[in-house]
Design a protein around this ligand. Sequence first.
Ligand code: HEC
Ligand code: HEC
Ligand code: HEC
Ligand code: HEC
Length: 384
Amino acid sequence: MIGYIKKATIAGSIAVLSLALGGCEIGPKQSDQLGYRGTGMNQVNNPRLKIPAAVIPAKPYDLPADLGPLSSVSYKNVQVLGNVRTEEFNLLMAQMNQWIAPPEQGCNYCHNPENMASDEKYTKVVARRMLQMTQQINSRWSNHVKQTGVTCYTCHRGNAVPANIWAVKPGSINPSTITGNKFGQNAPDIDVSYASLPNNAFSTYFQGKSQIRVASDSRLPSPNHVVSTKDAEKTYGLMMHMSTGLGVNCTFCHNTDSFRSWPNSRPQRVTAYYGIRMVRDVNEGYINGLASVMPAHRKGPLGDPYKVNCLTCHQGQNKPLGGVSMISMAPSLKGPVGPPAGMEPAPAAAAPAEDGAAAAPAVAAAAVSGAPASTGPKKSTPAH
Ligand code: HEC
Ligand code: HEC
Ligand code: HEC
Ligand code: HEC
């Protein structure tokens, strides 16, 4: 009898154990050291989950030797790409077709075939703004996208609407009451990688100028530093998204000795800092302004157009498309081209300051070799 119970218990434990381990990824992992030895700055990867190198669509055709006159000469209603030669313009149209338009509609997704110059389809009006937005990213945000740059394909990947987008979520029923208002917490949501953190970080941090930093610069409580627990949770929610978006863990950017310290962080954190500002610029300067152009079914529950987050471009890779650059295929997207007067949006500051207080952060490269960068650590001014 006792033997039987023992056996049943063992069998039961094995069953429970295998259930408990069911969520684990079996097999050896690969761990890459990213920071100084002993700081725990390791990136653990499961080689079996590695995202295959993205398939980059081939150029539709090669350009002829003679690129022809400027498109502003050849065509009637060219407002952004006027300084691009006609053949290059035509190739870009074929590429936009390939990158965005549903194949069964092709050019007609944006054009009335009877009158190519007409702006009657909203998709063409949106595409024109997207041309300016892509040029803005490539020309003004090279502190994020470097020389790799982006094309329409980085976000769209053959879809009319990119796969990973967000819109403002409907808020609480009655914002002035506490009861029944979960502030987006404990509601499993991919936006915060299913953590119990507030899931509405995007509308706070991916538009506007809200302060993300929550850590104090002093050991003792200070009236100059009043940050609510909720704010801190929202920041952590945002960080969960950034990690998931890039397919990395927190130590890809941070040294957990201090999440606040810039000198101890990896240089990638600075790239991420500019990435946040770039996303704000794209969403506010370009996409929100399309609200009056977009039809209702292209807008979120509160009527704002769908916007960009880290996942839109990165899709789980630390560099979108595995770091492959497509910009040489479509050099006119480098911008700024076309008549700049009145067409170009206000330039983004080279080093976007946070409410004029914090300078762009400087970090010492925590090289694996252990040699700190010669630039030397610089303390960024705390913004609070
Ligand atoms: C995703 C939307 C989109 C698709 C798809 C698209 N176009 Fe365009 N097209 C535009 C936009 C936007 C402009 C205006 C560009 C500007 O203002 O600088 C334009 C302008 C043009 C013009 C200039 C018309 C004029 O006289 O002003 C021609 C010609 C043209 N496209 C041809 C094509 C062809 C051919 C295809 C299919 C291979 C195509 N387009 C696919 C968005 C699109
Ligand atoms: C940074 C990411 C990003 C890039 C780069 C980008 N787009 Fe978009 N695009 C978006 C988002 C997000 C939407 C969805 C807006 C919505 O549905 O409310 C969108 C929507 C569109 C639409 C509307 C489609 C529809 O069916 O409603 C067109 C057309 C378009 N983009 C064209 C372009 C073109 C052309 C380029 C390159 C010159 C481009 N986009 C580059 C993010 C991007
Ligand atoms: C891709 C880089 C990156 C990753 C990955 C990342 N962070 Fe961050 N983190 C940043 C940047 C950039 C800031 C500063 C944002 C700003 O100043 O606007 C920041 C700020 C923070 C802050 C606030 C620091 C302060 O000064 O108050 C905390 C806390 C934090 N991160 C925690 C985390 C945690 C926890 C994770 C993992 C779940 C994580 N981060 C993943 C880049 C990253
Ligand atoms: C418009 C597309 C786009 C968006 C949106 C975007 N990125 Fe990037 N990001 C890029 C490109 C392109 C690169 C590659 C630059 C290079 O070649 O070094 C990159 C590189 C990075 C790197 C450096 C990775 C490395 O291995 O050195 C970090 C970190 C990063 N992005 C963080 C972010 C974060 C965080 C967000 C969201 C706040 C974000 N990015 C949003 C396009 C984008």
